[in-house]
Design a protein around this ligand. Structure first.
Ligand code: APR
Length: 279
């Protein structure tokens, strides 16, 4: 059973300040299936450049043009809701119904949304690249999967429920409430399978291992405000990887990237993928 550690999703500033930014303990495994190499049109990318593995981190910005709000842009989710109330274990303990309602609302919005051309392009890159394309998202929507990509959800998923008592995980109903019984231990301790501030993201060991041997690390649509994800670029740099940021505007960690592309993801990502696959 996947276990969570503590102290890993951290804000850089404020009352929930980081204290264990790069802990790698307690990695867990939302199942990541392996890419099937089925397509005939596989292309060699960057011929002669020996690029065998690309690791991509996405954030809320990639889903913005699908109609899902980001967290920190003007009128973003964190302008409308207090992080402490809806995205911490303490908030859940204080008012579980408020927390369920918040994620029920987000699950309904996510269900109505459709993948945009940036999600589609990354799914296509996974299929067309002769090496590996590791896709890690901080997003809890399922738009990458619905575009056809294999995805690691380091911050959990709206599609999942988690037992706050025994740690069991199961597919979520569209609407959940605190009284929902856990299918494993039967206690009324259902919570969203979302990694909150102060909790350990999923699959960290695997994500860091890929950062250690990828040739290119790309961050797309993320503000660089939340660790450990914001520190991935430094790990990639330390491993000698090339790095690129694609974002609407420079992120907090832009200075660590070798290359940058600014603009809406639905435009910049397909163009970037097209360059990679036309080699
Ligand atoms: N195309 C590309 N980037 C965009 C677009 C767009 N259309 N719209 C907004 N952005 C950029 C913003 O400029 C911003 O830098 O996306 C970024 C979104 O930043 P955040 O709202 O902070 O989202 P994210 O980085 O994913 O947040 C990380 O914070 O609260 C937590 O757990 C939550 O996973 C989330 C984490």
């Amino acid at each position: 059973m996947p276990a969570r550690g503590s102290g890993a999703v951290d804000l850089k500033v404020g009352p929930l300040h980081a204290h264990d930014t790069f802990s790698r303990r307690g990695a867990a495994d939302i199942a990541k299936t392996h890419k099937e190499d089925t397509l005939d049109h596989t292309r060699v990318i960057h011929e002669g450049a020996a690029m065998n593995k690309i690791e991509i981190l996405t954030g809320a910005g990639i889903s913005a043009e699908s109609g899902l709000g980001t967290f920190r842009d003007e009128n973003g989710l964190w302008a409308q809701h207090r992080i402490e109330d809806v995205a911490t274990p303490e908030g859940f303990d204080a008012n579980p119904k408020l927390v369920h309602d918040f994620y029920n609302m987000r699950r309904a919005e996510s269900t109505k949304a459709s993948p945009n051309s940036a999600h589609d392009a990354l799914a296509q890159l996974q299929k067309a690249f002769r090496g590996e394309v590791i896709l890690v998202t901080q997003n809890v929507d399922d738009l990458h999967e619905r575009a056809g990509a294999e995805t690691m959800h380091m911050h959990g998923a709206l599609a999942g429920s988690l037992c706050a008592a025994c740690g069991a995980r199961w597919p979520s109903s569209l609407l959940t409430q605190p009284e929902d019984p856990c299918p494993s231990c039967a206690r009324p301790t259902t919570r969203p399978d979302i990694v909150w501030f102060g909790e350990m993201p999923y699959q960290m060991d695997e994500i860091y291992a890929h950062l250690g041997d990828c040739d290119l690390f790309a961050a797309i649509g993320t503000s660089g405000e939340v660790y450990p994800a914001a520190g991935f670029v430094q790990h990639a740099n330390a491993s000698g990887a090339d790095t690129i940021e694609l974002n609407l505007e420079p992120s907090s960690t832009v200075s660590h990237f070798a290359q940058t592309r600014f603009g809406p993801a639905a435009q910049t990502v397909p163009a970037w993928v097209s360059e990679l696959t036309s080699g």
